[in-house]
Design a protein around this ligand. Structure first.
Ligand code: HEC
Length: 124
């Protein structure tokens, strides 16, 4: 692949992210999830426990709602359910939403990448 065509491909991917929604964004969200979250979070409820809770069926799920995971006090005390908006605000600055969280600063600063991961997790 030439330098030109790879940068054109990158521009297309970026355009797809910025446009938001659609299969391209969901696919990109999966790639970002695999790269930044999958080392700690499984996507299947029956997956073996990892360092973090599984994230199956996160849309509408209670915050701190994986019964097999031993959450920090701040997440055990949390109330309400996950929505796209709440997840987006969480990932922008996880410790601001939940001071004392055990997630080691693993949010996503870039709004487009964050949106793609949120859409991916909410669409499953
Ligand atoms: C180093 C491991 C690690 C990484 C990387 C990580 N997390 Fe987490 N995550 C955790 C842990 C541990 C918890 C539980 C924290 C607690 O109990 O305070 C958690 C909690 C969460 C929760 C709350 C789950 C619930 O049941 O309410 C969400 C949502 C979440 N992480 C999403 C993500 C996303 C999206 C990414 C990737 C951008 C990510 N995490 C990256 C370890 C990680």
């Amino acid at each position: 692949m030439t330098a030109w065509s790879s940068s054109a491909a990158a521009a297309l991917v970026l355009a797809a992210i910025l446009a938001g929604g659609g299969p391209a964004a969901a696919q990109d969200g999966r790639a970002a999830f695999d790269a930044r979250c999958a080392s700690c979070h499984a996507l299947g409820a029956s997956a073996p426990a990892g360092p973090g809770p599984h994230l199956a069926g996160l849309r509408g799920r209670r915050v701190g709602g994986d019964p097999g995971f031993d959450y920090s006090p701040v997440l055990r005390a949390a109330t309400g359910n996950w929505t796209a908006d709440r997840l987006d605000r969480f990932l922008a600055d996880p410790e601001e939403m939940f001071p004392g969280l055990w997630m080691g600063g693993n949010g996503i600063d870039d709004p487009a990448a964050r949106r793609a991961v949120v859409e991916f997790l909410m669409s499953r």
